[in-house]
Design a protein around this ligand. Structure first.
Ligand code: CUA
Length: 292
C-alpha cells in the first residue's frame, strides 16, 4: 500500500501544476492583449456575440480539465480509503479537548504510537461534538462525528514524531487539542504497546492522594481501583511527552503546575481544581510523573 500522505501530496502537485498552467495562460493572454493594443484608437470595439465555436471551446476546456482532475481524485480516494487489508486497527475517540487511543483494549491518550511500514486503519469516533483528526504529514483530515465511525488509513515509511491538530471547531479549547504521533520500528512499537498494556507499577504517597480525591472519578490508572472514563487514562502518563493534549510537558514540575490550576493553562477544560496541600501536590505530581 502506498502512504496516503504521498498519494494526496502527488495529487496536490498535479492539480497545482494544472492551476498554474491555466493561470499563466489566462494572465499571459491578458498582459499580451493590453500590451499589443495599447495604442489603438478604435472608437467602437468590435462585437463578438454568438460565436458558437468560441462558446463551445470555453465550455469544453474547463469541463475536460475538471474531468481529468476528477479521475485523478478517484484514484487517490481509492488509495486512501478504509483499509480492508489493515494490519493494525486503532480506535481514536475525540473528547472535549483530548484524544483517546484504544489499541484493542489497551487505552492511552493524546500520544499515538504507530509502527512504520504497516497499513493502519483508524476508526474515528467522538463522544461529544464533532472533532476532526488531522496529522498533515500522515494523511487526510477526517471528521469524528458522534454516533458514527469514520475510517482513516495511515501508513508511513519514515520513523519520527508527527504533529497534528483537531481541525473542526469543537469549543473553547479546540486549539489545544493537539495530536502527537510517534512512528517507530515494529520492535519499538511492540515494546511500547507491551508497556502500555501493563498495569501501573508506581506507588507511594501520591497514589494515596490520587485514590482518596476526586481524581478517581474521571481518570483510570490500570492496576489500581481508579476506573474513571471522563478524562484521559493516566496509567502511563509520565511516559508521554505532554499532558493536557499538548499544553505542558509531562515532567513532575509541569504536572504540579497543572494540578494547582488547570484553568490557568487550559481555560474551559473540564479538569477542576482540586484543593490539595503543598505536600500532597508534590507527592501527586511526582507519582503521576513516575507512571511511565
Ligand atoms: Cu476537537 Cu476541535
Amino acid at each position: 500500500m502506498r502512504p496516503p500522505a504521498e498519494a494526496i501530496g502527488t495529487l496536490a502537485l498535479i492539480v497545482g501544476a494544472i492551476a498554474v498552467a491555466i493561470f499563466i495562460g489566462v494572465e499571459g493572454a491578458l498582459v499580451y492583449a493590453v500590451w499589443r493594443y495599447r495604442t489603438s484608437r478604435v472608437s467602437t470595439p468590435a462585437r463578438f456575440d454568438r460565436n458558437t465555436r468560441l462558446e463551445l471551446a470555453w465550455t469544453a476546456a474547463p469541463a475536460l480539465t475538471l474531468a481529468v482532475v476528477f479521475v485523478l481524485m478517484l484514484g487517490t480516494l481509492r488509495d486512501i480509503g478504509a483499509a480492508t487489508d489493515a494490519q493494525l486497527r486503532i480506535r481514536a475517540t475525540g473528547h472535549q479537548w483530548w484524544w483517546e487511543f484504544d489499541y484493542s483494549g489497551i487505552v492511552t491518550a493524546n500520544e499515538m504510537h504507530i509502527p512504520i511500514d504497516t497499513a493502519i486503519d483508524i476508526e474515528l469516533a467522538s463522544v461529544d461534538v464533532n472533532h476532526s483528526f488531522w496529522v498533515p504529514e500522515l494523511g487526510g483530515k477526517t471528521d469524528m462525528i458522534p454516533g458514527q465511525i469514520n475510517h482513516l488509513r495511515l501508513l508511513t515509511r519514515r520513523p519520527g514524531v508527527y504533529l497534528g491538530q483537531c481541525a473542526e471547531f469543537c469549543g473553547v479549547e479546540h486549539a489545544w487539542m493537539r495530536i502527537r504521533v510517534v512512528a517507530e520500528t515494529k520492535e519499538d512499537f511492540d515494546r511500547w504497546l507491551a508497556t502500555q498494556g501493563s498495569p501501573a507499577t508506581a506507588s507511594g504517597d501520591g497514589a494515596r492522594v490520587f485514590q482518596s480525591n476526586t481524581c478517581v472519578n474521571c481518570h483510570a490508572i490500570r492496576g489500581t481501583s481508579a476506573r474513571g472514563e471522563a478524562g484521559p487514562d493516566l496509567t502511563h502518563v509520565g511516559g508521554r511527552a505532554t499532558i493536557a493534549a499538548g499544553v505542558l510537558p509531562s515532567d513532575a514540575a509541569s504536572i504540579r503546575a497543572w494540578l494547582v490550576d488547570p484553568q490557568r493553562y487550559k481555560p474551559g477544560a473540564f479538569m477542576p481544581r482540586v484543593p490539595l496541600s503543598d505536600a500532597d501536590l508534590d507527592a501527586l505530581a511526582s507519582y503521576l510523573g513516575s507512571l511511565r
